[in-house]
Design a protein. Structure first.
Lengths: 243, 82
């Protein structure tokens, strides 16, 4: 995977920063994938620091920042590093929020909408299928030709909600990147694990540089785990952000 | 000093899965007249100033920026001199 990825690059490799909040628990998995599977330059960024240390991509990882107290992501959003992440994103820097990271992006206002408790009230931890609705983003270009990917979810509050006007804007601008689907790509109620409006699993901002997704690509990037579809997202970033 | 008592309510148009689940419990209890159970948040804290206007401004700021998410929640509060 590595040589294939590198061979497609014009030269420069992106430097990744994984933000660590108190309660993050997918930070090491994400670091591992970028370092050991992709052999990239990756560093941890403690939430209290105010420098992004020249990273090209910032990842807000999964977990339970601040114990999910008040609302998921609501307190992490005010960690000192978030001011820098918001400035970075507003200048076009690439930001990927995974699970709790997605919830933080919503609270920070970098993406629209809110997350509420899963309709079932259960914490849902299982592999699901995602239909890739927008393959033209820097996060999804390598998914081309394989619209449906299998990636695990693990969350209690992944029930995405936004008002009709916001949903219309998201649809009109092709900002809904992933929807929960069946294996064949059909979008059905039974394929929706948490009650998310319109089966939304991942959205991107209008400028195309900030993606939030509830499923965990870092948990499906190492072939040892028996699934590698998630790696296509990291591969997309590596191959496309400087092109 | 003031004691602030804040009530944060999820908008009626937004599903409250917890309230719905709790209401199933009410039905199992045989309480047949209970409808529209909603679980909201009640938060208390002290505001260390003697200036009521300053206290109100700070509570509003706290509510708008952190305690409530204006996309889905509304808030109301009272201030009581202590």
């Amino acid at each position: 995977m590595l040589s294939e990825t590198k061979s497609r690059l014009s030269g420069r490799l992106p430097k990744f920063g994984v933000v660590v909040f108190p309660g993050s628990n997918c930070d090491h998995d994400t670091y591992y994938v970028l370092k050991k599977i992709f052999d990239l330059d990756v560093i941890f960024l403690w939430h209290k620091q105010s420098s992004l240390e020249n990273c090209d991509v910032i990842i807000l990882p999964g977990g339970f920042s601040y114990g999910d107290y008040l609302r998921t992501g609501a307190i992490a959003r005010f960690s000192p590093i978030m001011n820098e992440v918001i400035n970075f994103a507003n200048k076009g820097g690439f930001v990927l929020g995974i699970c709790n990271g997605f919830q933080i992006l919503l609270e920070a206002g970098l993406l629209p909408g809110v997350m509420i408790r899963n309709e079932s009230l259960n914490f849902v931890c299982k592999d699901i299928y995602l239909k890739t609705e927008n393959k033209e983003t820097v996060f999804t270009k390598e998914i081309d030709g394989q619209n449906v990917i299998k990636v695990p979810i693990a969350h209690g509050e992944g029930n995405y909600f936004a008002d009709d006007n916001t949903l219309k804007i998201l649809e009109d601008n092709n900002q809904i990147v992933f929807r929960y689907s069946k294996r064949d790509g059909s979008i059905t109620n039974s394929a929706n694990p948490n009650g998310s409006v319109r089966n939304i699993a991942g959205i991107i901002n209008r400028a195309g540089n900030v993606l939030g997704m509830m499923p965990h690509p870092e948990r499906s990037s190492d072939s040892v785990l028996g699934k590698t579809d998630g790696s296509l997202i990291f591969k997309s970033l590596v191959n496309n952000i400087f092109n | 000093m003031f004691k602030a008592k804040v009530l944060i309510k999820r908008r009626k148009t937004i599903l409250d899965p917890q309230g719905k689940a709790v209401e199933i419990g009410a039905k199992h209890l045989g309480l047949r007249n209970i409808k529209n159970t909603r679980i909201d948040k009640y938060i208390e804290f002290n505001v260390h100033t003697d200036n009521k206007k300053a206290a109100e401004d700070e509570v509003n700021d706290y509510c708008k920026k952190l305690l409530a998410n204006p996309i889905m929640e509304d808030y109301e509060f009272t201030l009581e001199e202590v």
